[in-house]
Write a protein that binds this ligand. Structure first.
Ligand SMILES: [Zn+2]
Length: 296
């Protein structure tokens, strides 16, 4: 089918002379105990720098979180060495493609959390949510008794979200516990269906909800990226595009590059229309520049 991307098990793309070969982008995370974070960081940095693989890899005592890009054979080699490590066996990887590296640099860093919720203790010892496959997601979120929660930030939700999803209006994931305290606490008995880009924020958010006494928590397995990879546009309940944290800005069905750029003034994602490609400004910055400045 036309919307399917080429997965790494298929033959390598042919490099056309004078044209940068297509990049494979791999996004993956795993919550797993890592004792020696320094050794892992150094090993990964050395391995990636020798290829070159670009992107960001975060290492913490709670696990690993990465989005990297490179030629297909390099990215596959990285996944293979990780899979050979018992800590990272069965690593679930979301693949997409890009015309060129969507990252400028390689960053391999040690963090306190691989996704920052900012809680004192990691609560991942609590059982996480029921994982829902993309193929079963529409039925779940169509159920009127289900509260659908987008765990991403406000500027991401603006670019696209699922029909009927609640936007917590957070500016950073660390604000999510406040949203729970403000708006979710009275829904402890309700079925809650959560989703995010690749699944990592849901995994942490659902562990948090469970620890706060929520009983029926569901999460979209593999996140929006896997949904857009597997569900055809005609069957889709996704509206808009999916914001991603790299130079592609947003992806559409088939996890292909979408139609967004970043505002040249404030960095906010903005839908690209052909006539606006030269002066890419978001609505609010356009308004600001249209208003003559008045001394007050
Ligand atoms: Zn702007």
């Amino acid at each position: 089918m036309s919307y399917k991307i080429k997965l790494p098990s298929e033959p390598s793309p042919v490099a056309v002379s004078g044209v940068e070969p297509a990049c494979l982008v791999a996004a993956f995370y795993k919550f797993v105990a890592i004792d020696d974070t320094t050794a892992l960081r150094d090993d990964l940095r050395k391995f990636c720098a020798a290829r070159p693989i670009k992107g960001t890899i975060l290492v913490a005592h709670e696990g690993i979180n990465a989005t990297v890009s490179g030629v297909e054979s390099d990215v596959r080699a990285l996944i293979e060495i990780l899979n050979a490590d018992p800590r990272f066996s069965n690593l679930a990887v979301k693949f997409s493609v890009a015309g060129s590296h969507p990252f400028r640099r390689l960053k391999v860093k040690i963090k306190r959390e691989i996704v920052t919720l900012g809680l004192e203790e990691t609560r991942l010892s609590a059982p996480t949510a029921h994982a829902v496959e993309p193929e079963d997601w529409n039925a779940l979120i169509s159920d009127p008794d289900v509260l659908v929660v987008d765990t991403r930030n406000d500027y991401e939700v603006e670019v696209g979200t699922f029909e009927g999803a609640c936007n917590p209006r957070t500016r950073a994931f660390r604000e999510f516990p406040d949203f729970v305290a403000r708006q979710l606490v009275d829904n402890r008995q309700k079925k809650i269906a959560m989703f995010c880009t690749g699944g990592i924020r849901c995994e942490k958010a659902s562990a948090y909800l469970k620890s706060e006494g929520f009983e029926n928590v569901y999460q979209l397995s593999g996140g929006i990226l896997r949904y857009l990879e597997r569900v055809a546009p005609t069957d889709s309940m996704w509206r808009g595009e999916c914001f991603v944290f790299d130079e592609r800005v947003a992806l559409e069905h088939g996890v292909r590059q979408g139609h967004h750029g970043l505002c040249q003034r404030c960095g906010h994602p903005v839908m690209l229309r052909d006539e606006e490609r030269d002066a890419m400004l978001c609505a609010s910055c356009r308004d600001d520049s249209a208003t003559p400045s008045v001394a007050t």
